[in-house]
Design a protein around this ligand. Structure first.
Ligand SMILES: [Zn+2]
Length: 105
């Protein structure tokens, strides 16, 4: 996957770019993405972020007791970006091993 996107112009609701990290990682419908922990009060407007950012917020909440506030968005990098990447890689490795097992006859 190559991504040379730069933020240009205001982000519309359905551009597919995550407002938190600016990555082109949003999926449709919106409900399959993560609901930001910053928008979970009954009066809040729902803010949808990509699933990696959802994971990042969960980790921030757990380990930092602080979630990066809206005014620091878009973030130059996720707080736990490296850990999330590692988690994803080990998950892919797991899936890949599973496929290998299925292929053996
Ligand atoms: Zn994101």
């Amino acid at each position: 996957m190559t991504s040379t996107l730069t933020a240009s112009g205001p982000l519309a609701e359905n551009t597919g770019a995550c407002p938190r990290c600016g990555e082109w990682a949003m999926m449709t419908p919106l409900g399959v993405n993560a609901l930001s922990r910053l928008s979970r009060e009954p009066d809040d407007d729902s803010i949808w972020i990509c699933s990696d950012c959802g994971t990042d917020e969960a980790l921030e909440q757990h380990f930092c007791m602080r979630i990066t506030p809206l005014w620091e968005w878009p973030m130059p990098f996720r707080t736990f970006g490296q850990q999330i990447k590692t988690m994803r890689m080990s998950y892919s490795a797991m899936v890949f091993r599973g496929e290998e097992d299925n292929d053996s006859e």
